[in-house]
Design a protein around this ligand. Structure first.
Ligand code: HEC
Ligand code: HEC
Ligand code: HEC
Ligand code: HEC
Ligand code: HEC
Ligand code: HEC
Ligand code: HEC
Length: 262
């Protein structure tokens, strides 16, 4: 993964030339015809809140600045107007980096999802037809630093009235529906009972499926059924019910109680 990202960083400027040039030519005559990359610091003065939010994200840590998503900014700084800068709210913008292969196959390895493919997962999820990435996300804020600003729409905003029973009503929806089933750096556990370090974007839990059934026999892709991809209960429940964060349960116990959660 480190290598892939390093290559992408180099690839970004080439990408701008290909993708944003059409847009550049469409700028009004007052603006310079060819915009160039000038760095996020040039945006700070006029967009301080976006700048401060962005500084605290992993985008900043990976040196993906404002212009990684908005295209070269020199023309806009010279003539500030919505006509001189690109805004692309499509999932495909995010999918330029948050995607593996063509975006249709969810890659897996060692009983975990590979990281950096939220686009692939979202496309195989029930939210594919009803959301974009920016329906939930404000891309200028980190969910771990500015949670309220970063997550624009809560689960309950679209799933009103969903109730959680079994004494778990204070647990966030994400804890079960977006467990850390993807791994970038650090994994814990063994075999089918492993936990990664990145939140899955699959959401649907298939209670009847056995641990391991989330992946193909070869273990290199996530399985899909007629409704798309799914999470198994080892991810949805046992990350907590391990005797440390909550009572220890085995997979058979959670399989029996899962249908009673809602
Ligand atoms: C000199 C002040 C100034 C600077 C510097 C500046 N902007 Fe802007 N920006 C503006 C103004 C003014 C608008 C138009 C606001 C409006 O029309 O509502 C704008 C709008 C935008 C928009 C929204 C466009 C839209 O269609 O709604 C984006 C995105 C943007 N700026 C990004 C950037 C980026 C990236 C940089 C740094 C490369 C930057 N800005 C630097 C003043 C500035
Ligand atoms: C990871 C991609 C990404 C990065 C990085 C990013 N933006 Fe944006 N920005 C977007 C997207 C996507 C939208 C449109 C959001 C929408 O439609 O919900 C947007 C919208 C905006 C707007 C218009 C907001 C509005 O409410 O109309 C401004 C201004 C802006 N960005 C400025 C910046 C500045 C300044 C930076 C750097 C400090 C930056 N952006 C970094 C993706 C990004
Ligand atoms: C130019 C490449 C690039 C683009 C385009 C991009 N991202 Fe990212 N994004 C990254 C990288 C790299 C990371 C860090 C990956 C990691 O640590 O797992 C990241 C991390 C994130 C994070 C976690 C931030 C944090 O601080 O924890 C969110 C949320 C995110 N991206 C959302 C988006 C959304 C939404 C879009 C589209 C509007 C988008 N990204 C577009 C490269 C990109
Ligand atoms: C913008 C609205 C919206 C948001 C925000 C949203 N959802 Fe959904 N979700 C939907 C819709 C609409 C469907 C039904 C899609 C379909 O059936 O094609 C759905 C489907 C689902 C399903 C699958 C239901 C099934 O039939 O198996 C789950 C699970 C789910 N959402 C959980 C969540 C969680 C957890 C969150 C918060 C992280 C969330 N949703 C946020 C709109 C939303
Ligand atoms: C303790 C774990 C857990 C929590 C917390 C949780 N869910 Fe679920 N959810 C499940 C399980 C397990 C299923 C599948 C149940 C089954 O097999 O019938 C499910 C199913 C769903 C479904 C599809 C079936 C249905 O009942 O409509 C939606 C939508 C959903 N959850 C939304 C949410 C939302 C919104 C929240 C937060 C308010 C939430 N869930 C919190 C475990 C959880
Ligand atoms: C239904 C709402 C929803 C949609 C749609 C959505 N996300 Fe997320 N995403 C979240 C939530 C909530 C979190 C925070 C999870 C947590 O912290 O438990 C998150 C976290 C992330 C992270 C950080 C993961 C980590 O664990 O560090 C990235 C990166 C990300 N999303 C990218 C995307 C991209 C790219 C898309 C579109 C392909 C997308 N998201 C679509 C709700 C959503
Ligand atoms: C975020 C952590 C977390 C997750 C994820 C989680 N639980 Fe729990 N669960 C708890 C806590 C905390 C309690 C209450 C105290 C305890 O049992 O340790 C609890 C209680 C329970 C109870 C006991 C209710 C009682 O009356 O004794 C059952 C059954 C249960 N969970 C089933 C599940 C199932 C099934 C899943 C997955 C669909 C799940 N849990 C996911 C944390 C979690």
């Amino acid at each position: 993964m480190h290598i892939v990202h390093a290559q992408r960083r180099v690839g970004v400027s080439i990408f701008f030339v290909l993708v944003f040039s059409a847009k550049t030519l469409a700028f009004d005559n007052a603006a310079p015809r060819q915009a160039t990359v000038i760095g996020s610091l040039a945006c700070k003065g006029c967009h301080p809140a976006f700048y401060d939010g962005w500084r605290a994200t992993r985008h900043a840590r990976f040196s993906f600045g404002c212009e990684a998503c908005h295209g070269p900014g020199s023309a806009h700084v010279a003539v500030p107007s919505s006509k001189t800068i690109s805004v692309d709210p499509s999932p495909e913008l995010c999918g330029r980096c948050h995607r593996r292969n063509s975006g249709t196959v969810i890659e897996a390895s060692g009983n975990l999802l590979k990281s950096g493919q939220q686009y692939n997962e979202w496309r195989a999820s029930p939210h594919q037809s009803v959301t974009r990435c920016v329906t939930c996300h404000d891309a200028h804020y980190s969910p771990t630093v500015f949670r309220e600003r970063a997550i624009k729409k809560s689960c309950l905003a679209c799933h009103p009235g969903t109730r959680v029973f079994l004494g778990m009503q204070t647990i966030a929806c994400e804890q079960c529906h977006m467990p850390k089933a993807a791994c970038r750096e650090q994994a814990q556990g063994v075999g089918s009972y492993r936990t990664g370090d990145r939140a899955a974007h699959i959401w649907r839990i298939k209670s009847e499926a056995a641990p391991g059934e989330m992946f193909s026999l070869s273990g290199t892709t996530a399985q899909k059924d007629g409704q798309g991809a799914y999470l198994t209960l080892n991810f949805a429940c046992l990350g907590c019910h391990n005797g440390k964060d909550a009572k220890h349960y085995d997979i058979e116990s959670v399989r029996q109680t899962a249908p009673l959660v809602h």
